[in-house]
Write a protein that binds this ligand. Structure first.
Ligand code: FAE
Length: 525
């Protein structure tokens, strides 16, 4: 049956599937007997920052939207998130061992957890899975990029409009706030920040306070034992049970409240096809929490928004192109970067005076800003290392410029993404890390952290994959994929591999800018 015929005859399609809960449909799901077919005007793939912004603004404009998310809806499932010291169900995406950046000594029963890791030859990329995407697992650092760098990276965007409108808007929507200095000054859980800042000053570096989406009023109550603990109970990269304003509590919550959004979790899109009438067909697998197939589904839609995150969006485009001749522009996959991520650390940090603290909040609030140094420009997060005991170790995630970009392609034979990225891409980042650690150790004592990383340098650790579908290169000025009439990319892949700070504020602002203009241009009429 061809698509048009099917839509004519399908009961599901005719009645609209959004609110349909027929026994027939669920029986088919359980027995996994036949494919189910669904039609929707607008489909968004992925519920991270780009997907959540798109969903809210379209729903507010009165559009019915279906959002397909491969991860679990944790709020609906009512399964608690695990903490760093006791990894459980939420700690990894279908793995039998934990996948944190270090100390992976924990065996797991595979479950559709919140944290995933993609392993390439020279780099490992961590990602969030679940309704809320990366907001479930990230450290919540809500950093607005430096205006000069934003202008350098996006010369065609109206920076004044971004700094006067889009950035303030997203900080408000994401509920960004700043820790109280008095609380920070005395709280034992922030000794690592105080030590980090004192040491940085002694070494001649400038520090900055970093805003966050974690509710610091809640954290103060945690500290006083008035509410259940989350950041002060080593919860973060496997999800926070309290305190963190992840997207399910901000953009997505508002979008659901419009009554126009349906979120289908545990729905993984496999490939996309372009139909003759310029609509799209999506081949989707619904899975259960052990990763087993529940149903094969086929969705058709007039308008498609790809918000599957940098790696997810590239996977869908390049795989569909390799397997079913889906048309993709030649710039798709190009101009990819790790946002200059380079992890490093120091051991023997103040070992005689309590080190960096036995108890640590998981929420970073301090950073070292060396961006204006022409020889060694970098920003680094003073990161927590909550191991349940004092390890006298300081951890840093450096964010550098990306002098040499990488490229993502698809290997048809192995049916997997290939990332053209090796040590040559991180030469300058390593140099900056070496300079930083030497200067810190010279002023304060300590050694490069051989305990945590190979030779003390984690060149292969990436939390911020960006680019590959760059705004204005692979897409038009508002994210419409070149060569397509009804396909839009709205996520981190629009940013050309670097933004100089932690990226989600920028991803959210770019998504606001694009969707506002796409709606204004009547693209979703
Ligand atoms: P993202 O949030 O990754 O969402 C994509 C969604 O699409 C996910 O929910 C996927 O499960 C889903 N998906 C993918 N493929 C499919 C498919 N085929 N079918 C259905 N669904 C699919 O995209 N950034 C900051 O600014 N501050 C921080 O403090 C920070 N800390 C971080 C800490 C960690 C451990 C990690 C991993 C990241 C951190 N980041 C941080 C990065 C930030 O979370 C990331 O840049 C954004 O989440 C990317 O947003 P996107 O909208 O691009």
């Amino acid at each position: 049956m061809d698509r048009k015929n099917f839509i004519k005859t399908s009961v599901l399609a005719i009645s609209g599937f959004y609110f349909l809960q027929s026994e027939f449909m669920y029986a088919a799901e359980r027995k996994n007997e036949t494919k189910q077919y669904h039609d929707a005007p607008i489909i968004i793939i992925g519920s991270g920052y780009g997907g959540a912004v798109s969903a809210l603004r379209l729903c507010e404009a009165g559009k019915k939207v279906v959002l397909l998310e491969m991860g679990l809806n944790w709020e609906k499932a009512k399964i608690p998130f695990s903490n760093l010291l006791k990894p459980g169900k939420s700690s990894a995406w279908l793995k039998n061992k934990s996948i944190a950046p270090f100390m992976n000594i924990f065996s797991l029963t595979p479950f559709t957890g919140t944290l995933d890791r993609l392993d390439f030859d020279h780099i490992k990329i961590w990602l969030g899975r679940g309704v809320g995407g990366g907001s479930l697992v990230n450290g919540g650092m809500a950093v607005t990029p430096k205006e000069s760098y934003f202008k350098e990276i996006f010369p065609d965007l109206d920076a004044d409009k971004f700094y006067s409108h889009y950035f303030p808007l997203v900080r408000e929507e994401l509920k960004v706030n700043v820790i109280d200095e008095l609380f920070l000054k005395d709280c034992p859980y922030y000794k690592f920040t105080r030590v980090g800042e004192q040491e940085a000053h002694k070494a001649g570096f400038k520090t900055i306070r970093v805003p966050n989406v974690y509710d610091f009023t809640y954290m103060e109550k945690e500290f006083r034992n008035e509410v259940p603990r989350s950041a002060l109970n080593t919860e973060v990269i496997y999800g926070n049970n309290h305190g963190k304003n992840s997207l399910d509590k901000t953009y997505l919550k508002k979008a659901v409240e419009t009554g126009n959004l349906e979120i289908l979790d545990l729905h993984q899109v496999q490939t996309i096809e372009l139909n003759d009438d310029k609509s799209y067909t999506l081949h989707v697998q619904q899975i259960d929490t052990s990763g087993s197939l529940v149903a094969e589904k086929v969705f058709t839609c007039k308008k498609l928004i790809l918000s599957a995150g940098t790696m997810g969006t590239l996977q869908l485009l390049l795989k569909s192109s390799a397997l079913s001749n889906f048309p993709v522009h030649e710039n798709v996959g190009k101009n990819w970067g790790n946002n200059g991520n380079f992890m490093t650390g120091r051991n023997w940090v103040k070992p005689l005076s309590g080190g960096t603290g036995a108890k640590q909040s998981t929420i970073p609030v301090g950073g070292i800003d060396n961006w204006d140094d022409p020889e060694h420009p970098f920003f680094t997060e003073i990161a927590p290392l909550p191991m349940g005991m004092d390890v006298a170790t300081a951890l840093y995630l450096l964010i550098n410029r990306v002098d040499k970009k990488g490229e993502v392609t698809y290997h048809k034979d192995s049916q997997s993404l290939a990332l053209h990225w090796d040590e040559s891409n991180t030469v300058k980042m390593r140099e900056n890390a070496r300079y930083f650690i030497r200067k810190m150790n010279k002023a304060n004592g300590g050694t490069r952290s051989h305990f945590l990383f190979n030779n003390g340098f984690g060149a292969d650790i990436c939390y911020h994959p960006l680019g590959g579908c760059v705004l204005g290169e692979a897409t038009d000025e508002y994210g419409k994929l070149k060569g397509h009439e009804n396909l839009y990319v709205l996520d981190g892949s629009l940013i050309p591999g670097t933004i100089g700070v932690n990226p989600f504020v920028t991803i959210t602002a770019i998504a606001e800018y694009c969707i506002e203009n796409l709606i204004r241009k009547d693209e979703f009429a």
